[in-house]
Design a binder for this molecule. Structure first.
Ligand code: GTP
Length: 299
């Protein structure tokens, strides 16, 4: 957090230092008796509150343009309030208007920037709330879980895919989908028994879950096929993820037999959920046919 905002923190310290230097250069210290301590108390509290806002923004917000507006708005307020407070200790020559402009101008500008940032924050929060409400609703529904792998099944996938397509369309963000199928799983079952097949499916589900980001959605699509929904992911990144998952499969090198995965990837644009899944199935079938044809080819 401190690293991503380090330039902002440095700028804040630099500006406060510049304000101090300028004020002491231009003004002269007031006699002790003429200092109004009540004013200092009020202005000091206002400055502390503005500094608290600045700290809260830097510590709680991710980098981005809304954070920039909130930060620069608060920084202008901090500068204005600092000069206001210094004014209580220093007297500036009557002909010098610079300090009075520097005291009064940044405050309204800061308020405007802060308000613009707050409107952006409000909009952003509404979108996040909508997403969270939808996700929470699904997560609470345990009926949608596959009893063997504890992954979500087809019903969940359909619902979540429909919703993610809408959200990604609204926000103009890429969404990709992987479909994975175990090769020759029926032969494995025949050779080693259904229990060994079940165990392999559970291990595979665990392995896949461990390799994905928390925002991605992994579902058991049917039998020996899985679907991964990769949010904010373009086709090229989805292909890299597909290769990575395939490589990770060697970790499941079961004592009985090494199985392989066929994987397809597609970037979901504006298609319907059913069309996306049908396309994935066709692609998977084509990949499997191709790899089986390669295996059958004589050397
Ligand atoms: N052990 C076990 N096997 C399952 C489960 N669900 C589906 N299967 C098996 O998965 C196999 C899927 O068979 P196919 O669709 O022909 O696929 P495949 O044998 O992998 O052949 P290709 O797709 O051509 O590579 C079937 O034998 C199913 O019995 C399950 O929950 N546990």
């Amino acid at each position: 957090m401190w690293r991503q905002h380090r330039y902002k923190i440095a700028l804040t310290l630099l500006l406060l230092q510049a304000a101090l230097v300028l004020a002491f250069q231009l003004g002269e210290v007031k006699p002790w008796a003429s200092i109004d301590w009540l004013d200092i108390l009020g202005e000091g509290i206002v400055l502390l509150v503005a500094l608290c806002w600045l700290t809260l923004i830097v510590t709680s917000r991710p980098a981005g343009h809304i954070t920039e507006w909130l930060y620069y708005g608060s920084l202008l307020l901090v500068c204005s309030f600092t000069l206001d407070l210094l004014d209580e200790f220093l007297r500036y020559p009557a002909h010098l208007r610079t300090m009075s402009w520097l005291e009064s101008l940044p405050a309204p500008l800061g308020m405007l920037a802060l308000t613009y940032g707050l409107v952006g924050w409000h909009r952003e929060q509404r979108i996040i709330n909508r997403q969270l409400q939808g996700r929470e609703l699904f997560l609470r529904d345990h009926r949608l879980l596959d009893p063997l792998t504890q992954l979500y099944g087809l019903d969940y996938l359909y619902a979540v895919l429909k919703r993610e397509i809408e959200l990604h369309r609204e926000q103009q963000q890429p969404l990709s989908l992987l479909m994975l199928g175990i090769d020759q799983f029926s032969a494995f079952n025949r050779q080693h028994g259904m229990a060994a097949g079940d165990q392999y499916l559970v291990q595979l589900a665990e392995l896949l879950s461990s390799q994905l980001r928390s925002s991605d959605v992994l579902c058991r699509y049917a039998g020996d096929r899985f679907v991964v929904l990769l949010v904010n992911t373009r086709q090229r990144e989805a292909d890299i993820m597909a290769q990575h998952l395939q490589q990770q499969l060697t970790l499941l090198d079961s004592s009985e037999q090494q199985l392989s995965l066929s994987i397809t990837s597609q970037q979901v644009n504006h298609a319907e959920a059913a069309t996306v899944l049908a396309r994935a199935e066709q692609q998977l079938l084509a990949v499997k046919r191709k790899s089986q044809a390669y295996q059958l080819q004589p050397d």
